[in-house]
Design a protein. Structure first.
Length: 301
């Protein structure tokens, strides 16, 4: 036994461990103090769970917020790039995500998905958001069930950012969906064509302010959404997460309004494109550009 003990002592020395282990069944006082310190540190790190700011829990770690608003509009809208005849507005599925990072890539996930749909002059807003990371699969499954065979997706820069991110997360979570099979209208591209000469950028916030005369009160910029969600998960505050919900809700409402505006000014009329102009106008999936010409800005909603 002495030979084995000596070999263990040498191994500990080689590993940089200078002190002898406590005898079996007896904890040294310094080791007890160390363990007490770890427990105190753990108690500070794992803060209390906060009450989610809005909605009802529909699955473990997934909350749903549903609201309705009066929204007078024509029952059809002409989008030549989708169909030669006016399409039923009820088919429009305006969606927007709030994510854990604005750069995209592996590891980025949506912690909130907002959707707007119209029916009989009423706009219904549904928002899903996570209160634990473990709820992602359930949230994505619920979102997938909202997609019908005749759905037309509507987004703003969503072809380059939101849709690819959701498709990736749906695939990773093994959730069956039809997202890739549905027609998709991205209002960014006709907006850019209409305002590239007159506006400094085509951020949705800029279009709201300069074109639609929408002024947001106490709006939390989209770039701050990841920090707001993390603060909620860490038990620090739920105030800014509530502001993220408000921000996301206004985004999807704006998508419905923007479509009517673009149709009114004729920005949705399909035009023949040369090969050179097609190459310039097609989005680069590797970037999230909201430029209105030569200036490029990051995606911040």
């Amino acid at each position: 036994m002495s030979e084995i003990a000596e070999r263990l002592r040498r191994l500990r020395l080689d590993a940089g461990i200078r002190s002898e282990p406590a005898a079996s069944g007896v904890a040294a006082p310094d080791r007890l103090d160390h363990l007490r310190g770890l427990l105190r540190r753990r108690d500070r790190t794992f803060a209390r769970a906060l009450t989610p700011p809005k909605g009802v829990e529909i699955a473990a770690g997934v909350y749903l917020v549903e609201e309705v608003f009066a929204f007078d509009a024509e029952p059809t809208i002409l989008v030549p790039r989708i169909a030669d005849v006016p399409i039923d507005r009820r088919r429009l599925f305006c969606f927007d995500t709030e994510t854990t990072g604005l750069a995209g890539g592996v590891g980025t996930r949506a912690f909130m998905i907002g959707v707007a749909a119209w029916n009989a002059n009423v706009l219904t807003i549904r928002q899903l958001y996570l209160t634990t990371i473990a709820g992602e699969t359930a949230m994505l499954h619920t979102f997938a069930t909202w997609l019908r065979e005749d759905t037309i997706l509507v987004s703003y820069n969503g072809k380059s950012y939101d849709a690819p991110l959701l498709k990736g997360r749906l695939r990773l979570n093994r959730v069956a969906h039809r997202l890739a099979d549905l027609p998709h209208i991205d209002w960014l591209h006709p907006t850019r064509r209409a305002y590239r000469e007159t506006l400094p950028n085509c951020r949705l916030a800029t279009i709201e302010r300069e074109v639609l005369s929408i002024v947001r009160d106490d709006d939390l910029p989209g770039a701050q959404a990841p920090a707001a969600w993390l603060a909620f998960l860490r038990g620090q505050s739920s105030v800014n997460l509530a502001r993220v919900l408000d921000h996301n809700r206004q985004d999807v409402i704006t998508l419905m309004r923007l479509g009517d505006h673009l149709a009114k000014i004729g920005a949705l009329v399909a035009r023949p494109r040369t090969a050179a102009r097609r190459k310039r106008s097609e989005p680069d999936p590797a970037q999230s550009s909201l430029s209105c010409g030569t200036e490029t800005v990051p995606r911040t909603s």
